[in-house]
Design a protein around this ligand. Structure first.
Ligand SMILES: [Mg+2]
Length: 234
């Protein structure tokens, strides 16, 4: 029996493109290096996660701040308030989010395999992450009880207690579980420390320190291939 645990953002669906597109729409410019934009935006995203999860800061305000910090560092033309407008535009774009056809196919195969148990472990505010669960139709593949949102749990990634909760829900040992995620810090370090296997989606080509994922992929095509490999090895 194998447990497969998915992160949501930039794992089950790709939000990076929407983050950049929102900025381009509001500022009326073309971002010349989307990868650099995402690197800066994500570096800013790590700063206030605790405050965000506990509800001390509103998502709209913090995302507005992240955007304006990114605009400032990249010397993009913006005025005060463009950050929150961009955050609003991102929410609009997000309402069209969907799983790729390949991802749906893999999830179908996992769901139909009696040797596989699925779960989700996602960071963020409860209401936002559950909205994504609904928009992506994740209940087609995942039991609601096996979807853990850190905002509900009151613990942030990469706290290993989150892994212990999932082990209990899936009734599996750490070595039988795979974490699939894009964040080295939030998804991979916690999984490795918990004794889980992991697939790291490293789209931005970040160099990892000493802790290694079992499998590292650089693109969505490679991710789908790696996931199909898990079906065979189970
Ligand atoms: Mg993620």
């Amino acid at each position: 029996m194998t447990g497969i645990v998915f992160d949501i953002d930039d794992t089950l669906y790709v939000r990076q493109d929407m983050i950049v597109a929102a900025a381009e729409d509001v500022l009326g410019i073309k971002v010349s290096d989307p990868k650099e934009f995402i690197d800066i935006y994500y570096a800013k995203s790590d700063i206030n996660m605790d405050a965000l999860e506990s509800g001390r800061i509103k998502t709209r305000d913090i995302n507005g701040w992240r955007y304006e910090e990114t605009f400032r560092i990249l010397e993009l033309p913006f005025k005060a308030g463009d950050g929150v407008l961009t955050a609003d535009r991102y929410i609009e774009l997000q309402s069209h989010m969907a799983l790729s056809r390949d991802m749906k196919e893999v999830l179908d195969a996992f769901r139909n395999d009696p040797a596989i148990r699925l779960a989700v472990l996602t960071s963020g505010k409860s209401s936002h992450q559950w909205k994504k669960v609904e928009m992506l139709g994740l209940l087609n593949w995942f039991d609601k009880d096996n979807i853990i949102v850190t905002g509900d749990a009151g613990i942030s990634k990469p706290d290993v207690r989150l892994c212990r909760i999932i082990e209990e829900k899936l009734d599996l040992s750490p070595s039988d579980i795979w974490m699939i995620g894009d964040s080295y810090k939030h998804d991979i370090t916690g999984a490795v420390e918990s004794g889980w296997h992991s697939v790291w989606i490293n789209r931005r080509g970040i160099r990892s320190p000493d802790i290694k994922a079992d499998i590292e992929v650089a693109s969505d095509e490679e991710l789908i291939k790696a996931l199909k490999g898990l079906i065979k090895s189970c």
